[in-house]
Design a protein around this ligand. Structure first.
Ligand code: MLT
Ligand code: ZN
Length: 474
């Protein structure tokens, strides 16, 4: 069991990083003790901001020896409280933000080695400068850091084509709980030498080791892009259109995002500069993007042809294909501003769930029935990554209703929603992780054998339980 650091330990930790790389005044540590959604407020006696891997190793050696808990943090954009210390004022916060070098980029090998504190946008820009694409794409990419993307196995809006963060990794450098450094930064497409150890640290939310750098996969940059906003009547039409588009365009479909009418209306209302470009209102909208590195593909014509055929079959009500980069950016702004619009609108209950893509229409129908029964103060606000079977099945408080009553229904609704998802062979956390928020539900629902293996791994890699205690496995 970790314990509170004494004065000597704190001084040693400060010395490990040197002056200018630690914070301990209440004002300075304040941003590190609250999570992005403000669900959790903790306390810490010390925030460390190392500049080198050797300093991370030195910190962990001290913390391991003295049994002091360490909470790693990147851009602090997570939704499940995974990077926030508890309120005991005994957990050290370890910020990776100053480890932000692009160490190496090998354009011919389509790979780059970046440090954990690079923002996702910085990593994307580094790839772009070498005429390559790093495809992970998220609304929070200007702030979210690579270490956090890895630790939560982030998803986003291009998973359909490129996979999640786990799929984009060749190798990792990880500092273990006792300070040893695992140097696994090979950039190989083939390497069958034993167990896939790096995989353990991806999605582990800093509970098994501290990721300090990664070798990431790069791809050809798109030379042709077609983006469309499409109005449809129902999620079943979205499913039909997805199948049609996949047959026609194969893996050139990069994005297939679903938005309900309510999300579009609220985003137009609350976010400056956002408009709905479609003439006719629709109950549901899709943001669809095709990309190809081949500039001769004429993806806009391919997309138009498919949309016209779908319209003739009654599956599409209205559609617009972006005729300029500005129009495409406006469509993306509409999609990416939905979470912010929801924040402006008021309180919400969030469920980041996934089911087989074919079950999305049923999830929406049965989930809406649960909301009507268990949280009548709320409007269903389910949007997201239809192409991946991942919806943010969120519920927004209806104006004029009682906030406390609405939020008070959260646990019951969540439990019922997770039962529904479990019954459909789905996941209670598709892309946002477990953090602190879902530890109980996770422990109750995980396969018992798999869960006991996870606990064994935790004990092996972190025998003193100092790495991000209380997260994932509580
Ligand atoms: C998104 O897809 O917009 C993000 O995962 C954030 C959210 O769920 O609000
Ligand atoms: Zn999402």
């Amino acid at each position: 069991m970790p314990r509170a650091p004494d004065r000597g330990t704190l001084d040693e930790l400060k010395a490990a990083v040197g002056d200018g790389s630690w914070l301990d005044s209440p004002g300075d540590v304040a941003p590190y003790v609250v999570d992005f959604r403000r669900l959790y407020r903790g306390a810490t006696p010390l925030v460390l901001e190392p500049r080198e891997v050797a300093q991370v190793s030195a910190i962990l050696k001290v913390c391991h020896r003295d049994e002091v808990a360490v909470v790693p943090v990147g851009g602090n954009t997570g939704y499940c409280g995974g990077a926030t210390p508890d309120d005991s004022n005994s957990q050290i916060v370890l910020s990776l933000r100053r480890l932000r070098q692009v160490r190496h980029l090998d354009a011919a090998n389509y790979s780059m080695i970046v440090e954990a504190g690079c923002t996702l946008a910085e990593a994307q820009r580094a790839a772009d400068a070498a005429d390559r694409l790093f495809p992970l794409s998220l609304g929070s990419e200007g702030t979210a850091q690579i270490g956090g993307n890895l630790s939560t196995n982030a998803g986003g809006t291009a998973v359909l084509r490129y996979g999640m963060m786990r799929d984009l990794v060749f190798g990792l450098e990880v500092v273990l709980a006792d300070g040893r450094v695992m140097s696994g930064l090979k950039s190989l497409r083939k390497d069958n030498t034993g167990y896939d150890v790096k995989s353990l640290f991806i999605g582990a939310e800093g509970t098994l080791g501290i990721i300090t750098a990664a070798s990431l996969k790069l791809f050809p940059r798109p030379a042709d892009t077609a983006t469309a906003l499409v109005g449809i009547d129902s999620p079943q039409h979205a499913l039909d259109l997805l199948a049609r588009m996949r047959t026609a365009a194969g893996d050139q479909i990069t994005t297939f995002e679903l938005l309900p009418r309510r999300a579009v209306e609220l985003t137009v209302k609350h976010i400056a500069g956002v408009a709905n470009p479609l003439d006719q209102g629709a109950d549901w909208y899709l943001l669809i993007e095709f990309t190809s590195p081949n500039s001769q593909q004429d993806l806009a014509t391919l997309m138009l042809d498919q949309l016209q055929r779908a319209a003739a079959d009654g599956a599409v009500k209205d559609a617009m294909i972006a005729a300029s980069i500005a129009q495409s950016q406006a469509m993306w702004k509409l999609r990416e501003s939905v979470p912010e619009a929801q924040r402006h609108h008021g309180a919400s209950l969030k469920h980041d769930v996934s089911v087989p893509v074919s079950s999305i229409p049923r999830l929406i129908t049965e989930g809406a029935a649960l909301v009507a029964r268990l949280a009548p103060e709320g409007d269903v606000f389910s949007y997201g990554h239809m192409g991946d079977g991942n919806l943010h099945f969120n519920v927004a408080q209806r104006p004029g209703t009682d906030t406390a009553a609405f939020l008070g229904r959260g646990k019951l609704l969540e439990h019922a929603m997770f039962d529904l998802v479990d019954g459909m062979g789905g996941s209670i956390s598709a892309e946002h992780g477990i953090g602190r928020l879902k530890t109980k539900e996770f422990a109750e629902r995980a396969d018992p054998v798999e869960l006991s293996l996870m606990r064994d791994l935790k004990r092996t890699l972190d025998p003193r339980g100092i790495l991000n205690p209380g997260k994932v496995l509580a």
